[in-house]
Write a protein that binds this ligand. Structure first.
Ligand code: SF4
Ligand code: SF4
Ligand code: SF4
Length: 340
């Protein structure tokens, strides 16, 4: 049987059945940028960044949601494609509060701005996603400037009343990844796209704060968000991606064994994320795994074993405590076997 092939950027690529152009490109080592495509969720084509040129088609096609068909001739970085991506990125940056320098209408000196950003890192107005934002990365990559674009001010105020999550609508690009993460990946169904047109907003319930909705604070939406629109409250002003060390570990709570990345700055955990390709959780975490790490630094944390005798605890050595546990296990097993 002849293999079905398409041509991407002049290269002959094998097509697997049911794959999109985006997937086929990736299968063949060609990266097409996207801001909305989420692993384990249906492609929506919402951000339009993955547009590609397909010879014979009148319009650029969203590669994530266009099936790859044998014989197609595709260009992923043609002049037309790059011009469209730049236009889309510039519109995104012009909408809301993208103050990381790329979206600035006044600061032309990027290097100086970078230095300032490091110095004034504690400035709450500076985007907490600076250096860890896919929109910023793409704006760099395509050299997008928004100096000439009309700036559209933020429509909705920042939501800071939630215990663990800050929602900054001024940095939301309405990619929909958080909605898919909540509905399709975690199946919590707490958020959706509300209102219409330029009033569109990601809303919880009837547009209430997350804390008053069905949100269970699993934080999956934060992990999915490509910008600074959703951030962990705990890591605000205490974390910059270039300062962190990532340590992989297993969640200490239940027996599922979810794989975690501990983001550590100055020897302290500042945030926790799920390992995207790690089993069994494939990037997902629950509220305890993602946010419940403060106990590690509690002054009340037990550092030596305690043995209860006559209703009160006394300190013990590890050997004595472990021997006692082993002894009790044996005794309980004997009782259990005797009963059954
Ligand atoms: S969300 Fe991204 S692009 Fe917008 S200000 Fe923050 S870092 Fe910059
Ligand atoms: S924290 Fe979890 S439940 Fe809440 S909105 Fe985000 S994904 Fe949905
Ligand atoms: S909050 Fe983040 S993930 Fe959700 S739509 Fe906005 S930018 Fe996308």
């Amino acid at each position: 049987m002849t293999e079905e092939m398409i041509t991407i950027n002049g290269m002959e690529c094998r097509v697997k059945p049911g794959r999109s152009i985006w997937e086929t490109a990736r299968d063949n080592g060609i990266e097409v940028p996207t801001l909305c495509l989420l692993k384990d969720a249906a492609p929506t084509g919402a951000c339009r960044i993955c547009l590609v040129e397909v010879e014979g088609m009148n319009n650029l096609a969203a590669s994530c949601s266009t099936p790859a068909q044998a014989g197609m001739v595709v260009w992923t970085e043609s002049k037309k494609v790059i011009a469209a991506r730049k236009e889309i990125l510039s519109l995104m940056l012009a909408s809301g509060n993208h103050n990381c320098g790329i979206g600035s209408t006044t600061n032309d000196d990027w290097t100086e701005f970078q230095l300032n950003a490091e110095t004034y890192d504690k400035d709450e107005e500076l985007c907490p996603a600076w250096g860890d934002c896919r929109l910023q990365d793409l704006a760099y990559r395509y050299g997008v400037k928004t100096d000439d674009a009309a700036r559209v001010p933020a429509r909705y105020p920042k939501e800071t009343v939630n215990p663990l999550i800050v929602r900054d609508f001024s940095r939301c690009i309405l990619c929909g990844r958080c909605v898919q993460a909540c509905n399709e990946v975690q199946v919590n169904r707490a958020i959706h796209v509300g209102y219409r047109g330029t009033d569109s907003k990601i809303v919880a319930g009837t547009d209430v704060p997350l804390k008053d909705s069905d949100c269970v604070f699993c934080g999956e939406c934060i992990q999915a968000c490509p910008t600074g629109a959703l951030v962990e409250k705990k890591s605000l002003s205490s974390w910059r991606p270039w300062e962190e060390k990532k340590i992989r570990t297993t969640c200490p709570y239940c027996g599922v064994g979810c794989q975690q990345w501990l983001h550590v700055c100055d020897g302290k955990i500042v945030k926790v994320t799920g390992v995207e390709d790690g089993s069994p959780n494939k990037g997902r975490l629950c509220v305890k795994g993602r946010f419940g790490f403060d106990f590690i630094y509690s002054e009340e944390r037990l550092t030596t074993p305690l043995i209860k005798e006559n209703g009160t605890f006394r300190r013990a050595e590890w050997k004595e405590a472990l021997d006692l546990v082993a002894e009790k296990f044996k005794t309980n097993n004997i009782h259990h076997c005797a009963r059954t």
